[in-house]
Design a protein around this ligand. Sequence first.
Ligand code: AMP
Ligand code: ZN
Length: 617
Amino acid sequence: MENSSITACYNELIQIEHGEVRSQFKLRACNAVFTALEHCQEAIEITSEDHIIQYVNPAFEQMMGYHKEELIGKELTELPKSDKNRADLSDTINACIKKGKEWQGVYYARRKSGDSIQQHVKITPVIGQGGFCFAFTESHSFKCKNRRKDSIDVKSTTSQSSDGKKIENSWDSKCTDPAVLFYGKDPLNDNRSSYHKARKIFGIHSSLPTSLIFFQVINIINAAQENSPITVAEALDRVLEILRTTELYSPQLGTKDEDPHTSDLVGGLMTDGLRRLSGNEYVFSKNLNLSHSHLSVPNTINDVPPCVAQLLDNEESWDFNIFELEAVTNKRPLVYLGLKVFGRFGVPEFLNCSEATLRAWLQVIEANYHSSNAYHNSTHAADVLHATAFFLGKERVKGSLDHLDEVAALIAATIHDVDHPGRTNSFLCNAGSELAVLYNDTAVLESHHTALAFQLTAKDSKCNIFKNIDRNHYRTLRQAIIDMVLATEMTKHFEHVNKFVNSINKPMASEETGSHSEGSDCECTANMKNFPDNQTLIKRMMIKCADVANPCRPLELCIEWAGRISEEYFAQTDEEKRQGLPVVMPVFDRNTCSIPKSQISFIDYFITDMFDAWDGK
Ligand code: AMP
Ligand code: ZN
């Protein structure tokens, strides 16, 4: 539609760039590249670093006479080898690709029918870029010297592939080279293969072709860029950027090969329920606590008991002991810490609200945390607020965010688990709880925390911290808060972490290694402010890290948190058994669980990579 307003045109363009159309492009690009791979005439095989076959294309299937189901998941050594493949040749190949070098040469492989074929093979180790793998394959035509009757010519028979006919008698013609891609060592993290890392990040498992395909597609495009003319490479850059920021990152669940703690944690935290059982309604607390008058709280931040004030003196330290604050405040640490931290970040000034309103709001929010929960109580909220404030104090973060973002982050941390029932989303969905029905089994708790917090805030003007800000400010702030609380939902964990790595860490790293001078850090963060999308990614990552920072606290605190979360999970398992509901995390059985083992799994699976990324590693 024609429009004379420049602003309207800009808006239109931005819509096209960021809106639905872009998502369509993303999906189309992914599909197109995958289709190309499937129709590629070259035989392609992709294996993991430990030589487990991850993918073969139809040309490969035809050439070797196997169906892909017979190959995927198998170790190369499990397949019959040709006698002509001398051990020393394998050693040479291994030594070469281990060094990150490509190997090309003649290789004998045994087809399913038992006969050996001679192939010109190119093996490309796929070296991780910033922790990920990228692959490249290229084929060279090769005249086979040994003419054999039952050999094949993939190129000449591609058209026959759809009807699955066996191909024969074409040894005279060209043999297409199979390209074997190995996932190589991640140079940034040598003690763990990038394949395994990528598996975690992309959720690749042998039974999960979609994720694997997605990953492979990225590899192939990236590698193909190396030999492309600049215009093509640039176009592929755009395709890659689109793919890297898609929603396709979420790991698939139900992994057979993970340890039980990991699979239970993944299943328990990253699904919205296995199946619904009728008649097992989880009784959710309907008595929202709107009152705050009965609480003994300070009148001002200067009016706190000396023992509390003394503890709060250390509030800016990472080692701050939140449990001591919990004890001296009679399980009301959120009000006290909130007053101090919100004051430090100028929240009342930003919101133009009195300290009394802020105090009343903190009281209402804290009163709606369940002190009976072992873990998801107001001490956890205070802990997340503490970590958020700590992160906001870091130069890089400070330089990347605006004051509004800081205020939104502190509010989001404070409310992010309000009215948490001490049960996971899976549990609520399985139990067919009212909340699960209300939110269609989607981000049930996170939606509830946010919606309830805004309801509680607006209910009484005495605690309405937003009452004095103008509508536009309010809308922006509200949007930022909602976005952050929803980001704490664990089903999107890998998506958020990967978007952060691809859009923040990688560009920052290339700026730093580029020709920039020392002052370039400022340039980088100044850039960040010009990109609201990046600010959003930073805020999401920040609250996510703050939310699960407990394993990164001093050991004594970390152990206490581990005990608390385990107790909450145990209570859920007990209730699931009592009510005949599916047990979503069977390892969290109080009679058998090893808390240290479960913590190692949680840290390995969710924490290490995320904190490395947050740390810019
Ligand atoms: P939230 O419910 O917002 O606190 O989201 C964080 C998720 O991580 C929750 O499902 C917690 O149960 C889980 N979590 C946090 N810390 C731990 C821990 N130390 N061990 C296992 N799970 C944890
Ligand atoms: Zn939380």
